[in-house]
Write a protein that binds this ligand. Structure first.
Ligand SMILES: *Cc1c(COP(=O)(O)O)cnc(C)c1O
Length: 511
């Protein structure tokens, strides 16, 4: 079979493909042709005096559509929002796992869904008890006893955590002296952004060669402007890091940091790889955030509000934001500023995203300790299956170092020689009905692709993805990339966009 015939065959819909046909173009309701038969049969309004006596009612310009037209309009648009319930969602770093319906069912229980944060505490004892139980689970899983459930997202938790560290230094009279926060260059963008927001100066630790934090690079950064590191407030490290690797030197690094008087902020967004296996408090973490919407399966990515509780050591617990739920005898109460004067204060109104607390605890209780352990084992197994299946087809920069954690890192190095880049691969995936992986992140190497299958994907789903990725790698070699790849996607309602123009000249209003 000639190469051309093979490619022709590949471009035909195959059983591995996602949905292609029956996509509806859908205009705005206002753009629909005004019909003479409005959906609602009210008499004409013209000439009717308002009872208030001010002017006459004229047409108010609502679109005139029937109920089926209105219904179809919204249902069609709802299908444009790709979600984990549609299919495989391999976004690295985002942990797009299944949101069990059991969580939803429990969160809709009227006793949880219909309460208000301003109700007297005596009337919401069950809800406070649930939050208390969640605090205990998080404390147990992290081995960090201080828990504040309030932060509304991962990045908000980072802010809460770094403000806690700042507060601790201030209370020890070292606030002015300790100005620097160390972060590896593999850090999630929110890490340096948080440190700067808190008024710290960010110092980079280079991880280039093997994608890992080394003791040497850390020491160099620690002592750059002070031989004892007395100007260091702390470090922000994601572990496992954004290359999908567990930081092997973390114990040694933490010891050096603690000796210098700095605190270890762990970005806990990748906790899905560790949960139930190891406890971050055991590798020296002082404070970390947990993305309930990643590790503990509450919806995200447009599907629901996030929730980013923080967990910290006993030492830091008095400084973290309020409130926390306390238990005295059989009664629960929220602990506010008056109860804990050392606190940095409150970060938001009320107590956090309670609906997400319900879902997260439902997830924990339905898995149990052994189930949570299996979550991380299966997540890591899935990522390694993808890494090993694709390492011959794509450049896998760190594959020689051993297994990855819960996400696999590839780059476009081999395909670039043929004129095909990460963006083209992502668009080719869309053409094949797959949501792309995370692209051009982490920034440690050019053209990165970060793939996180999560534990909830079956081997069958992963095999389909692997097959399509192999076909794309084959096509990149076999066809004229300029003509073929740069046109993807062909079948989606929107074709290849001018992303630079869209970013520089966003048109945000419909005219
Ligand atoms: C998702 C993520 C964050 C931020 O969490 P949000 O809930 O999106 O604010 C921070 N760090 C890492 C490594 C992440 O993956």
């Amino acid at each position: 079979m000639s190469v051309d015939t093979k490619v022709m065959e590949m471009t035909q819909p195959q059983k591995d493909d996602g949905n292609r046909a029956l996509h509806y173009e859908e205009n705005l309701l206002w753009e629909k042709k005004r019909s003479d038969h409005p959906g609602v049969d009210f008499p004409p309004v013209a000439g009717t005096k308002l009872r208030t006596g001010v002017g006459e009612r004229g047409a108010i310009g609502l679109p005139q559509v029937s109920e089926p037209q209105a219904l179809r309009h919204f249902v069609r648009m709802s299908t444009w929002n790709y979600s984990i319930d549609h299919g495989f969602f391999p976004l690295g770093s985002c942990t797009m796992k299944h949101n069990p319906r059991l969580n939803e069912k429990i969160a809709r229980h009227p006793g949880f869904a219909h309460i208000h944060p301003m109700q007297p505490e005596s009337t919401v004892q069950g809800a406070l008890g649930l939050m208390y139980e969640l605090q205990n689970w998080l404390a147990e899983l992290t081995n960090l006893p201080g828990v504040c459930l309030a932060p509304a997202a991962g990045a908000h938790g980072e802010l809460a955590g770094m403000m806690t560290i700042r507060r601790a230094h201030e209370q020890k009279g070292e606030g002015k002296k300790r100005r620097i926060v160390l972060t590896p260059d593999s850090a999630h963008g929110t890490n340096p952004a948080t440190a700067v927001t808190c008024g710290f100066e960010v110092r980079n630790i280079s991880t280039k060669e093997n994608g890992m934090l080394t003791v040497e690079a850390f020491k160099e950064a620690l002592t750059k402007t002070d031989p004892d590191g007395a100007d260091i407030a702390g470090m922000m490290v994601t572990n496992p890091n954004t290359c999908g690797l567990f930081e092997k030197d973390i114990m040694e690094v933490t010891e050096l940091l603690h000796k210098a008087g700095g605190y270890f902020y762990c970005d806990g967004a990748n906790f899905n790889a560790l949960v139930g296996k190891i406890r971050p408090g055991d590798f020296g973490v002082d404070v970390m955030h947990i993305n309930l919407h990643k590790t503990f399966s509450t919806p995200h990515g447009g599907g629901g509000p996030g929730s980013g509780p923080i967990c910290c050591t006993e030492e830091l617990a008095k400084y973290m934001p309020v409130p926390t739920v306390l238990k005295g005898g059989e009664t629960y109460k929220l602990e506010w500023e008056d109860d804990r004067p050392e606190t940095l204060g409150r970060l938001k109104g009320y107590q956090g995203q309670f609906g997400m607390h319900v879902r997260a605890l439902a997830y924990m209780l339905s898995h149990g300790a052994d189930g949570l352990k299996q979550v991380s084992e299966d997540a890591v197994l899935g990522a390694n299956y993808i890494l090993r299946s694709l390492e011959e087809d794509y450049h896998a920069p760190f594959a020689h170092q051993g297994s990855c954690m819960h996400e696999a890192l590839l780059t476009d190095k081999h395909q670039k020689e043929e004129g095909v880049q990460t963006l083209d691969i992502a668009k080719a995936l869309i053409e094949r009905g797959f949501h792309p992986m995370t692209v051009y992140f982490p920034l440690v190497l050019p053209g990165t692709m970060l793939i996180e299958p999560t534990e909830t994907e079956s081997k069958d789903a992963m095999d389909r993805f692997i097959t399509v990725m192999k076909e794309i790698a084959y096509e990149a070699k076999a066809v004229d990339a300029e003509q073929y790849f740069h046109g993807f996607p062909h079948s989606s309602p929107r074709r290849r966009l001018d992303e630079v123009k869209a970013a520089r000249n966003p048109v945000l209003r419909w005219k």
